[in-house]
Design a protein around this ligand. Structure first.
Ligand code: FE2
Length: 583
């Protein structure tokens, strides 16, 4: 009989539910995919119920429901920190009291009630252990060093682990308020972006700048050699304020903060200065993570490194780790942020509470919900949307290649939606990367986002070395679009729409096993053009979660200037009548 464990992460950002059967993730979804609230932090009951329904089981079949962290320890950290910083923390204290006393403290009973499960089946992992387990137990490694770096969990912000068949052993940790993730977020706010959402924008902006302010950034985030790092707390306020994360001293050091979400033009001196600060932050953050990884290597001697935690979304750093440390291979869980803690909590309990045998490594991104051809057909006939029903997948591929070669921007909706924050060929916007200006068009007219945001290329497996300078040992990052790599000199002019201003790309290498239909599409596009590479970006509008259902895909399609939508085997043109009814 199978052992089922349901993992839950919630209460900070990116709540998620993940179902593990015999050590393998069989269903996984962030709550935002159902609630449509970006980074939804509430208990993920919709995602949890969908996981059980997808597998055809009930809560009675679960060995455990595992929450990703220990709420009492987290509450203790909040109280102690706020008492230490009183009276500056009075507002944060008020917010803590309102959020925790009536709600967050009672996770066990809330989960038991919401899922209608015996409260004794609800158990608790530890935040960084959940991150570590998410990466190690989905990697192909039987033993590995594991580094988790994020904002903060209960007390820890960074933890060094050694993982073997016996389990995951904690070697060392850095405690809040000293946190690489929170410093990165404080600079994100200083640079005018939203914390816990704009960090990727800072990374994109960094490519436009020169790291002229590294000395200044190192005054905030200070290296402590083998002891890790610490933060000069006079520059930050996140330890006592719930609404502001940097102090006026940071503005004295760097100049006035950028107005939140104001226009940013990197061709002006002011815009370039912010880009230079972002570039400097990127360098200092990378050095700090490299230093931690080198320490971890010295302590473990392992060849493999698993990463998780929000900082592991920094794909530039991930791809440098095998070059700048002695580690031979690096793996990052495809959902390294707090959504991934749901996977890690379930995998930890399966292995270390239930004593289960290791499941297979994770190789496919499609772990979310799907809709059958009949379901999509019924929806479209109810809505009376203009469409072509294509005979088979061969026709889908042939028509899609024609559209892409003609320069159309294509909405691509197939199979189960992806686990993690990236679109990897199931809910994607696709375009021909050879066409100059395609990136500007998609930024301005389709996704309505900033001009400096880059787009990623997806390449047919086996052809990546024709275009990209992949560092040895980073092969396990590319299926998940979690490594930024230099584009070969001769390929830069071939792929103008996916080559970032600094000559890099966050490449996705697509295998037949990971996504058979997308693999076929890339192959056919390669036959037609000589280059099996497509621009692949997430199927959403700025500020919205990636689409999950066919109806959400229709709404997003008609709200943008996408040219054509492939909804399973249906091909829809972007018509005025559609825009009138669904946008
Ligand atoms: Fe985290």
């Amino acid at each position: 009989m199978s052992i089922y464990v349901l993992g839950i992460s919630a209460q900070f950002h990116d709540a998620a539910a993940v179902l593990v059967r015999d050590g393998e993730i069989v269903a996984a979804a962030a709550e935002e995919r159902f609630s449509r609230v970006k980074h939804d932090s509430g208990l993920p009951f919709r995602a949890a119920r969908w996981c059980l329904a997808h597998e055809g089981i009930t809560v009675g079949d679960l060995a455990h429901v595992v929450f990703h962290e220990k709420p009492l320890r987290k509450f203790e950290r909040l109280l102690i920190t706020q008492i230490q910083t009183f009276p500056k923390s009075i507002d944060a204290f008020r917010r803590t009291a309102f959020a925790w006393f009536p709600d967050k403290l009672w996770v066990r009973s809330s989960l038991a009630k919401g899922l209608k499960i015996d409260a004794r089946k609800v158990i608790f992992s530890d935040h960084h252990l959940s991150h570590a387990a998410s990466s190690f137990y989905t990697s192909p490694f039987s033993e590995s060093a594991v580094l988790t770096v994020d904002g903060v969990g209960e007390w820890a912000s960074t933890v060094l682990f050694d993982a073997t068949e016996k389990g995951i052993e904690r070697l060392a940790e850095v405690h809040f308020p000293h946190s690489i993730g929170l410093v990165y977020s404080a600079f994100t706010a200083y640079l005018g972006f939203q914390v816990n959402d704009g960090e990727a924008k800072v990374m994109g902006l960094a490519s436009y700048g020169e790291p002229r302010y590294t000395d200044e950034v190192r005054r905030v985030l200070r290296s402590r050699g083998k002891d890790g790092f610490d933060v000069d707390l006079s520059y930050v306020t996140y330890h006592y304020s719930a609404t502001k994360s940097f102090s006026s001293k940071l503005e004295t050091l760097f100049g006035p903060a950028r107005a939140p979400e104001g226009k940013l033009d990197v061709t002006t001196p002011e815009g370039r200065k912010y880009a230079d600060i972002a570039a400097s932050l990127q360098v200092v953050t990378e050095d700090a993570v490299v230093e931690l990884a080198n320490t971890l290597y010295e302590r473990t001697g392992r060849e493999n490194l698993c990463l998780a935690g929000g900082v592991a979304l920094n794909s530039v750093i991930n791809a440098r780790l095998t070059t700048r440390t002695p580690f031979k291979r690096v793996f990052v869980h495809p959902a390294p942020g707090d959504d991934g803690c749901a996977a890690g909590a379930a995998l930890w309990a399966y292995h270390e509470v239930e004593g289960g045998k290791r499941g297979p490594a994770l190789t496919r991104p499609g772990l979310g919900a799907s809709w059958s051809h009949e379901e999509i057909g019924k929806l479209l006939s109810d809505l009376e949307t203009p469409k072509d029903e294509l005979a088979d997948e061969d026709t889908v591929i042939a028509r899609a290649v024609d559209d892409l070669v003609e320069g159309k921007a294509v909405g691509w909706f197939h199979g189960r939606f992806e686990w993690g924050p990236r679109s990897l060929g199931h809910r994607s916007i696709l375009a021909d990367p050879r066409q100059p200006g395609m990136n500007d068009r998609i930024n301005k007219k389709i996704k309505f986002r900033e001009q400096f945001r880059p787009f990623a290329p997806a390449v047919l497996a086996g052809h990546e070395s024709n275009y990209f300078e992949l560092a040895p040992g980073t092969e396990l990052l590319t299926p998940w679009m979690l490594g930024v790599t230099p584009v070969k000199e001769e390929a830069k002019s071939l792929l103008p729409a996916t080559t970032h201003v600094d000559g890099s790309s966050r490449v996705q290498v697509v295998t037949e096993n990971a996504n058979p239909l997308f693999h076929r599409l890339l192959g056919a596009f390669g036959k037609a053009t000589g280059h099996p590479v497509l621009l692949n970006t997430s199927f959403n509008l700025k500020g919205e979660p990636i689409v999950s259902s066919p109806l959400q895909a229709l709404r997003t399609f008609y709200s943008s200037e996408l040219d054509v939508l492939y909804l399973g085997r249906f091909r829809l043109p972007n018509t005025a009548i559609g825009r009138h009814f669904y946008a």
